[in-house]
Design a protein around this ligand. Structure first.
Ligand SMILES: Nc1ncnc2c1ncn2[C@@H]1O[C@H](COP(=O)(O)OP(=O)(O)OP(=O)(O)O)[C@@H](O)[C@H]1O
Ligand SMILES: [Mg+2]
Length: 266
């Protein structure tokens, strides 16, 4: 199904923020099993776009395709007007298409501050210069501290990442992805397993992040999706069954059936 948001003509649509990441006809087969099929997506600047759907719907696979961790079996991906269908993952990250992982991916035995400083010296940060001199790492401290301030982790900057609460680890993970200064941030279940308080904190961080960049997020908590996301694409068995704002997708019959009897209606 074609994403109704995808059209470029028409006066009303011209007012929409520009599309920074788009996919057309995305497909991925795994040994005869079609995990993703006919997926069209338009991710827009300064918008929060949710990708939702039952377990196994293909959400993470779509993320892997968009960030080039997996090669598509068919389809085309454009990022900032550039065809990245066959680009390498490191290249798309350098261009500003950055993801976090469903499983937390920070360095547990480094401090919170050092986790962010290490992230800052990756491509997109100051480059590979820090091995030349330890003091180069110090150059990154102000920016790292600023990022930690933004996400509310400044007071915990000298703790080991391992000693943070689960929710704060996820927040640190977001800070390390922000260190790469993404144009589009892809978040795979950023609130998974969090308590209410941390969900609220992360929602505010994401809202802040999306003021000057695009966010595409996989999220199971439909209340979060309703509150936070401007546009929702619903996947089921690898295919888009609905797309639109929350009111549109939540009243869609196919979506209601897809979600019936699942654990998502919290
Ligand atoms: N590397 C792989 N090899 C074979 N099958 C795979 C592979 N990766 C994913 N799949 C299958 O593709 C389908 C989609 O998986 P995917 O992880 O994208 O779903 P998801 O929507 O992210 O699910 P969840 O909500 O559980 O995270 C599943 O049936 C999964 O078993
Ligand atoms: Mg997944």
């Amino acid at each position: 199904m074609l994403d109704a948001h995808a059209g470029s003509g028409g006066a009303a649509l011209d007012a929409e923020p520009r599309v920074v990441l788009s996919a057309r006809g995305l497909r991925r087969d795994f040994a005869g099993f079609v995990a993703v099929k006919n997926v069209d997506l338009d991710v827009r600047h300064a918008r929060i776009h949710a990708l939702i759907g039952p377990n196994g719907a293909g959400k993470t696979t779509v993320f892997n395709l968009l960030t080039k961790f997996l090669a598509p079996s068919a389809g085309r991906i454009e990022f900032m007007g550039r065809d990245i269908t066959n680009a390498a993952p490191a290249k798309v990250a350098r261009l500003g298409l950055v993801r976090s992982f469903q499983i937390s991916a920070t360095f547990p035995h480094l401090s919170v501050l050092d986790n962010v400083r290490v992230a800052l010296q990756r491509p997109g940060g100051l480059g590979y210069q820090f091995w030349r001199s330890l003091s180069t790492l110090d150059l990154l401290t102000p920016r790292a501290e600023q990022l930690l301030e933004t996400v509310g982790l400044h007071d915990e900057r000298h703790k080991l990442a391992a000693d943070l609460s689960y929710g704060r680890k996820r927040v640190l993970e977001i800070a390390t992805t922000l260190a790469l200064d993404p144009k589009v941030l892809l978040l795979d279940e950023p609130m998974a397993g969090m308590g209410h308080e941390d969900v609220g904190i992360v929602a505010e961080i994401i809202r802040g992040v999306a003021r000057d960049r695009a966010v595409l997020m996989v999220e199971h908590n439909l209340k979060v999706v309703a509150d936070l996301c401007d546009w929702i694409t619903v996947l089921q068995r690898g295919e888009i069954i609905a797309a639109g704002d929350y009111a549109t997708v939540s009243s869609d019959e196919q979506v209601k059936i897809a979600y019936m009897g699942t654990a998502y209606d919290d």
